[in-house]
Design a protein. Sequence first.
Length: 310
Amino acid sequence: MSAIITSSSFAKLLWPGLNSIYGKEYNDYPVEWEQLFEKNTSDRAYEEDLGLSSFGLASVKSEGAPIVYDTERQGFTSRYNHVVYALGFIITREIYEDDQYGKVGAQKAKALARSMRQTKEINGANVYNRAFNTSYVGGDGATLVASAGGGGSTSHPNVAGGTWTNGVATASDLSEAALEQAVIDIAGYRDDRGLLIAAKPQQLVIPYQQQFEAHRILGANGRVGTDLNDPNAIKDMSIFKDVTVNHYLTDADAWFIRTDVKDGMKYFERRADQFEMDNDFDTENAKFKATARYSFGWSDPRCIYGSPGA
């Protein structure tokens, strides 16, 4: 059973004379996971996204010859299993009554909300943190980012045959050259049947350790690190609509680019955060709890491009 917060746990709170109580009033970063995922709601135990293989190219029809008929195929299935996250605390009636500062219940309720919020931030960021980890794969059996230079899966399979990649060929740190190559690679994305799609980069996602380098690369009028008078093509062409700094990414060198491909990075909310309290009849202890049920993941990995850093 979990520890119960009793008078002995916070003896000083029962006596007058304290000037301040610290350790609970830290500032938090604004909500960041919402910048990494499309938000959806769910009313089922899990959600599934099913891919479809489209048609291929048309063929030449000779005079008198029959038309070649193509067919669609069922693609890979991505499942989002909603998980319940919960945390709570118990305080005795005596400490609640004798607390001279009204801090025990109020502060711990705030701390509970903070814990739930950071749990969600970490769960969301972990989808990116595990983008190159072969223990975490998507519906196609490959890691979120698959390429020769990623360290995870070397490629994504197509249902109709063949493979494709959505990451660097050689592990690369964030740089002007690496971003330009990424934009070129994204422009070459194709669908399951090999037809070109108009995928475009939208958002650069970086850990906080890379924010200064990103500003130098994207903010300068000229090319970075040269004495040439060349323009900064990435800035002039307005390649990226947004640069997102995430404080929960664990690899200081990894970077990602979200594209405009739909049905990509997804969050499903089965149950929003709920905070409840009740009293135990026999002990008169007060119980406080918070629960939430949700899932993070991805469906079409064409929604992203990435590098683990050199």
